[in-house]
Design a protein around this ligand. Structure first.
Ligand code: ACO
Length: 429
């Protein structure tokens, strides 16, 4: 095994084992650093910290490569539907025909939510953000579908919890939309596939016939696959961290939903559309927007641009950009927001500021335009992202659960507070 040496003031103080992973990635094993030397590492944002070993997803941000369980994202989007990819992430291999059929049946069997949970929906104000309802409803599932009974077969119990969550979160997402729009709930139906079922629960109406548009069903499948996992991102790290305290899967996923909500993460898809609308409505030119995004005194940022890991074009954004055209062409629609987005992208990719910092469109830059074309409202975009990311979160939770090196997550800190002082009694202050 190779070793790396740490020198301080030219004095060798430590020797690290060097690990090489399956894709030739190199890491220094610092697990015993504090124990052996008293020192810790300082890495805000964990940009250089490997927090676990993982076999779920491979990502090369320099080359723009994304693979789930060894399969390229481009291949999965072309040849699989979302349920197959969810199975792949959760179980580690693609399902055969029999497994696929059985999985669909299981998901159908567990798609309803407890009748008492309906009352929770009614209590939310109509202006609530759907992500707040989604996270609360998901953690509430733990009250209705309690913890694993370790006297029973724990693996089978965990399988049941996973299936329930995959199926019920889709129902919760659709019910959230209906509640916020003052509509009665539409129950899931055996007639439909996973994504068609979701669209039916969202859009079916008692006063007009509704059949999910096959182009929309295909597009939703692709979008959910694109979102399904992204290795140790902010929300997945939240899921793993909550899971590391041995909290339930529902609690960990609810925390993941909260982490995803922020505009620097999954909330960016909503923020992109709001930015494009602002550019259109305020008559801001594309040149002006690009200038504003570079001005450190201006809070305006080019939402949907930049990524912690990708230093080239996000491979998911490439697929989403193409899909955006396909969906709009099928509907025979144009969208002025797409025209603004393409203009922004072209200008930014030629601009020195964006080139120097390797800022390219990320997945969120085009997905909002697709959701919008399908009639999904802006505040639901991050919910769509959460639905897609769910199998990834589950896969990481389970991986942590089976990890022999599993430990509760507990980083250290570089303390910059006051040095010790004495309390002056209240009467003397
Ligand atoms: N517009 C303008 N400037 C940007 C942008 C942007 N969208 N993104 C990064 N920069 C600049 C930063 O100001 C910084 O400039 P500096 O070196 O002069 O200080 C430099 O590029 C590096 O950016 P950081 O913020 O340090 O990069 P980090 O890896 O911490 O952040 C992030 C990545 C959060 C995604 C950031 O690029 C961003 O806020 N983008 C917009 C929000 C967004 O689209 N989020 C979705 C990400 S994808 C996902 O989570 C699904």
């Amino acid at each position: 095994m190779k070793k790396a040496k740490l020198f301080i003031d030219e004095k060798e103080v430590y020797e690290f084992p060097v690990q090489v992973d399956n894709m030739k990635g190199i890491s220094l094993d610092i697990r015993n650093l504090r124990k052996d030397t008293g020192m810790i590492t300082y890495d805000p944002g964990f940009g250089n910290t490997g927090s676990c070993q993982s076999a779920v997803t491979f990502l090369d941000g320099e080359k723009g490569i994304l693979q789930y369980r060894g399969y390229a994202i481009e291949d999965l989007v072309e040849k699989c539907d979302f349920v197959e990819v969810a199975f792949l992430l959760v179980h580690g291999s693609l399902p055969n025909k029999k497994e696929r059929y059985k999985y669909q049946e299981l998901l159908n069997n567990h798609s309803m939510i407890h009748a008492d949970m309906m009352d929770f929906f009614r209590g939310y104000p109509d202006h609530a953000h759907p992500m707040s309802i989604l996270s609360a409803m998901v953690v509430s599932l733990s009250a209705f579908y309690p913890e694993i009974d370790l006297d029973e077969d724990p693996e089978a119990q965990m399988d049941l919890t996973v299936t329930r969550l995959l199926s019920k979160m889709r129902t919760i997402a659709a019910f959230t939309y209906r509640k916020l729009n003052g509509m009665d709930f539409v129950n899931p139906s055996y007639k439909y596939s996973y994504c068609a079922n979701f669209l039916n629960m969202m859009f079916s109406s008692p006063v007009r016939d509704y059949t999910p548009n096959p182009v929309h069903v295909k597009a939703i499948n692709k979008l959910l696959i694109l979102h399904a996992d992204h290795e140790q991102n902010c929300s997945t790290t939240a899921v793993r961290l909550i899971g590391s305290s041995e909290a339930s899967l529902y609690a960990a996923v609810s925390a993941g939903i909260c982490a995803l909500w922020g505009p620097k993460h999954g909330g960016a898809n909503q923020a992109v559309i709001e930015m494009l609308e602002k550019i259109r409505d305020d008559g801001i030119t594309v040149d002006e927007a690009i200038r504003k995004a570079q001005d450190k005194d201006d809070p305006f940022k080019l939402m949907g641009f930049g990524h912690r890991v990708y230093k080239t074009y996000d491979p998911r954004a490439k697929i989403a950009r193409k899909l955006c055209r396909e969906v709009l062409d099928d509907l025979g629609k144009s969208d002025e927001l797409l025209d603004i987005a393409i203009d922004l992208e072209q200008q930014a990719l030629k601009n020195e500021y964006f080139i120097e910092r390797n800022l390219y469109p990320n997945i969120d830059f085009y997905t909002g335009i697709i959701f919008r074309a399908m009639g999904i409202p802006t505040n639901m975009y991050t919910v769509m992202f959460a639905l897609g990311r769910l199998p990834g979160w589950i896969a990481h939770y389970l991986e942590w659960h089976h990890d022999p090196y599993e430990k509760i997550g507990r980083p250290r800190q570089h303390y910059i507070g006051p040095t010790p002082k004495q309390v002056v009694p209240l009467e003397e202050r």
